[in-house]
Structure formats: C-alpha cells, structure tokens
Design a binder for this molecule. Structure first.
Ligand SMILES: NC(=O)c1ccc[n+]([C@@H]2O[C@H](COP(=O)([O-])OP(=O)(O)OC[C@H]3O[C@@H](n4cnc5c(N)ncnc54)[C@H](OP(=O)(O)O)[C@@H]3O)[C@@H](O)[C@H]2O)c1
Length: 259
C-alpha cells in the first residue's frame, strides 16, 4: 500500500521510524524543512512534488492549527478507496470531513513512547471505514506499541486524557521524585538513575504480574516499616488520589472543549 505522511516532526518522526521497518507500505513524507528519514522512505518538501500521485493512506501529522489550511490541498492525492489517518490532538472527524468531504477517517492518539515501540495508541474509526482499512490502521498502531480500539470519539478523548497525555504526567512525577532525592543529598545524576530505574523496574514488574496494583503495593509494605512511613505521607487525606482525578478530568474537559 502507499502511505503519505503530511508533517514529520516529533510524533510523525517517531511513528515513521518504526513503520519504515515493520510494514511493507511504500512511504512518502512531506515536510517543509529537510528531515532525516529511514532508508526506503521517499522525502518531499512540497506538495507540488507529488504531481498526480494518489495514496491509499494519508496520515495527518502536522499541528492541528495548520490542518484547515493544508488538508484540502491533499484531497486529490487520496485514492478512491483511500483512508485518512489523523494523529492531530483534538481535531474531530467532523472537522476533517468538513475540509475534504465524507471519507474513511481514522483518528489515532499515540503517545511518545511510540518512539521505542512502547507507545499506547487510542484508535477510533468512523463508520465509512471498511474492516480492511481498520485492520490496516491497527497494524500501524500495533507496530508502535499497544492499541486500544475506541468505540466513539468521546472514548478516544478519554483515552487521550489517560494515555495520550500520560507521558507528561509520568515525567512530572519523575521530576518531583528526583527533586526529593536531590534534597536528600544525592547528585542530580544519581537521583535520576535511582528514580527512573525504580519507576521503570516497578512498572515492568506490574505489567508482567497478575496481581492487582494494590496487592503489589501491600506486598512491599511492612507494618511500621520505611515504605509504610513514606506511603503514609503520600496517601494522606487521599490528596494524591484527588489530584489524579482532577488531572485526568481536566485533560478530558480540554479535549471536549477542542472538539
Ligand atoms: N508530540 C506528541 O507527543 C503528540 C502526541 C499525540 C499527538 N500528537 C499530534 O501530532 C501532530 C504533530 O505534533 P508534533 O509534536 O510531531 O509537532 P512538530 O514536531 O511540530 O511536527 C510537525 C511537523 O509538521 C511540519 N509541517 C509544518 N507545516 C507543514 C506543511 N504545510 N506540510 C507538511 N508538513 C508541515 C513541520 O515542519 P517544519 O518544522 O519544517 O515547519 C514539523 O516537522 C499534532 O497534530 C499533535 O497534536 C503529538
């Protein structure tokens, strides 16, 4: 199949690196500034270099605020039974169809660990997508990690609030934890190693374990021990729980406002 990616920055580039090696698609990218692309990927800098080429899949990987101006120009480059895959945050299927008419549209919300094949992607396909088009889109998101199929766009917005934005939450938690280690007397480098390796290892363990998270937490907490002392502070008045509820719900409300 032929795939055109419009825009190849942080996220487009992350997807491209994996897609170039894990799919058989002929991939073309368009990006105004020169980008380093994996071997076999065709690189163009402007739409007129496409001449009359048409593509089975067009991936929108530009910033949402550019879509209105850029996407209509690509309509003639979509094959008759082609499919649009948009990774643009908060840009609804209805807004895309307003620009290019009724089409098979898949919205994907990937997250940054896609770069290392450990991403989590939410995927919503509109009713115009065939089973084959959905399978093709899922194969692309599976190539960069785990795929969650959303039944509605609202569910996609909720996946965004939990997972799409998740790396941001994870990095901020790690930053605070590292700061606390530095205050306890460790160098910034040692603090980073201690925290990131503890977080990474604990989450790897949780992923491979059948135990629920609460049991895992209890299994490392002895009565009156040091973990219990730390957790007493962390869990006091359920502040952390409330903070997370409001973090995720604020992100969801923002996604709703962007629709
Ligand atoms: N970053 C994330 O974690 C993340 C997560 C989920 C979804 N997304 C979505 O992914 C999309 C891209 O985000 P990003 O973070 O990758 O942004 P980015 O790094 O700024 O990449 C956007 C790319 O689009 C290129 N571009 C600008 N105008 C163009 C045009 N007319 N035609 C073709 N390419 C053009 C830019 O090239 P120049 O640099 O040459 O201008 C840039 O390389 C957004 O819609 C965002 O909502 C991002």
């Amino acid at each position: 199949m032929s795939l055109l990616m419009i825009g190849c920055g942080k996220m487009g580039g992350s997807l491209l690196t994996r897609w170039a090696t894990s799919t058989n698609h002929t991939i073309t990218i368009i990006n105004p500034s020169l980008v380093k692309a994996p071997q076999g990927v065709i690189v163009k800098q402007a739409i007129d270099e496409l001449f009359d080429q048409r593509f089975d899949i067009i991936v929108i990987a530009i910033k949402p605020q550019l879509i209105e101006q850029v996407l209509p120009l690509y309509r003639r480059h979509l094959a008759d039974s082609g499919c649009i895959i948009s990774i643009a945050a908060g840009y609804s299927v209805a807004s895309i169809e307003k620009l290019i008419g009724e089409q098979a549209v898949v919205r994907v919300m990937p997250n940054l660990p896609a770069q290392i094949g450990r991403g989590v992607s939410g995927l919503y396909a509109n009713s115009r997508c065939s089973a084959v088009q959905i399978d093709n889109a899922v194969a692309l998101t599976d190539a960069v990690g785990y795929t969650h199929l959303a039944a509605t766009e609202d569910e996609l917005d909720r996946v965004t609030a939990v997972a799409g934005n998740g790396p941001g939450y994870a990095f901020e938690i790690a930053r605070c934890w590292i700061e606390s280690a530095i205050k306890l007397g460790f160098s910034p480098q040692t603090a980073r190693e201690l925290v990131l390796k503890t977080l990474g290892g604990s989450m790897e363990l949780a992923l491979t374990s059948k135990e629920d998270i609460e049991n895992l937490r209890n299994s490392v907490t002895s009565k009156n021990g040091t973990t219990a002392a730390g957790l007493n502070a962390l869990m006091q008045d359920k502040k952390l729980e409330f903070l997370f509820e409001s973090t995720v719900s604020s992100a969801y409300q923002r996604a709703v406002a962007l629709r």
